[in-house]
Design a protein around this ligand. Structure first.
Ligand code: ADP
Ligand code: F6P
Length: 320
């Protein structure tokens, strides 16, 4: 009998989630499967907020940021009773499996639901790129490109006023967006949680470069370190260079996904359908060296992702 699969987006939205919803829907329909879109993450699963997705209901979304399925955080699902309610709903809807697009938290939920007997496959959807088992998460590239474009605009003012501009980027507790943006904009310093840097060191870098004629400065600060306003005040007080902080915020989560995000979402989405077609659940799909792979969810959650220390060092080597 043809299978029916569900799909939901959970946790923070990220650009490319729609491309993943489209890929999953189309790949499943191409295999003769039926697809049920579940709205508002695990909330919609518990409360039965669902609608069938056809080939046409995912038309015209590949280029759109956000998620047409809406997303939410669902506390009820963190309790076993919530998982059981969701399982009953899956049985009622005739779901043979679910594709969960989200981050670590969403995958913990997917593991619980898999353990309860509903095969779930996770697709990494977060701008933070902080999921251990994959080199790449859907939305990361778009977010970095947005951050880079925003810093380029801020730089015009920094250059005109001969200022120091600190730009705080997202990434939760991870500095991946910060270090890549920092290299891409030629920041004089990158402040990330993974590698401590003191204010003394930052001030010294600025003063050394100033002595060679450098007149404006960009510092990229990861939100995992934060305090960019205070750091700006301190830098101004100690260098005499007028300093300003800008917190980029949710602008980084929006917008049309880049080629990289659309292609990664399409490849991983189709792969997730292949797994569910075979009845395989409790897996997270990821990318390793440009290959699509899958990993056991518990294993995926227990892995440690190394920081891009080489890139951080490169930033220091060539920005002065
Ligand atoms: P992300 O998936 O982006 O990491 P969250 O951590 O907010 O985002 O998790 C999204 C949702 O996943 C939560 O609202 C909850 O429904 C579910 N979830 C998170 N952690 C767990 C957990 N430990 N057990 C079960 N479900 C969880
Ligand atoms: O995980 C994505 C992310 O944008 C993080 O970079 C940030 O720390 C967090 O979500 C913000 O969450 P919210 O939109 O709930 O404020």
């Amino acid at each position: 009998m043809a299978k029916t699969i569900g799909i939901l987006t959970s946790g923070g939205d990220s650009p490319g989630m729609n491309a993943a919803v489209r890929a999953v829907t189309r790949a499943a329909i191409a295999k003769g499967m039926k697809v049920i879109g579940i709205e508002r993450g695990y909330n919609g699963l518990i409360h039965g907020e669902t609608r069938e997705l056809t080939e046409r209901s995912v038309s015209d979304i590949i280029q759109r940021g956000g998620t047409i399925l809406y997303t939410a955080r669902c506390l009820e699902f963190k309790e076993q009773a919530g998982v059981m309610k969701a399982k009953d709903k899956c049985i009622e809807l005739g779901l043979d499996g679910i594709v969960v697009i989200g981050g670590d938290g969403s995958f913990r939920g997917a593991a619980d639901l898999s353990a309860a007997g509903i095969p779930c496959v996770g697709l990494p959807g977060t701008i933070d790129n902080d999921i251990q088992c994959t080199d790449y998460t859907i939305g990361y590239d778009t977010a970095m490109n947005t951050a880079m474009e925003m810093v380029d605009k801020i730089r015009d003012t920094a250059q005109s006023h001969e200022r120091c501009s600190l730009v705080e980027v997202m990434g939760r507790n991870a500095g991946y967006i910060a270090v890549n943006t920092g290299v891409a904009v030629g920041a004089i310093a990158v402040v990330v949680p993974e590698i401590p840097i003191t204010t003394d060191e930052i001030v010294e870098k600025i003063m050394k470069s100033k002595a060679t004629g450098k007149k404006h400065f960009i510092i990229v600060v990861s939100e995992g370190v934060g305090h960019s306003e205070e750091l700006a005040k301190e830098i101004q007080a100690r260098t005499g260079i007028e300093s300003r902080a800008t917190i980029l915020g949710h602008v980084q989560r929006g917008g049309s996904p880049t080629v990289r995000d659309r292609v990664a979402a399409s490849r991983m989405g189709a792969y997730a359908v292949d797994l569910l077609e075979k009845g395989i659940g409790n897996r997270v799909v990821g990318m390793k060296r440009e290959e699509v792979i899958d990993v056991d969810i518990q294993e995926a959650l227990s892995m440690k992702k190394p920081f891009e220390t080489d890139l951080y060092n490169l930033s220091n080597l060539i920005s002065f």
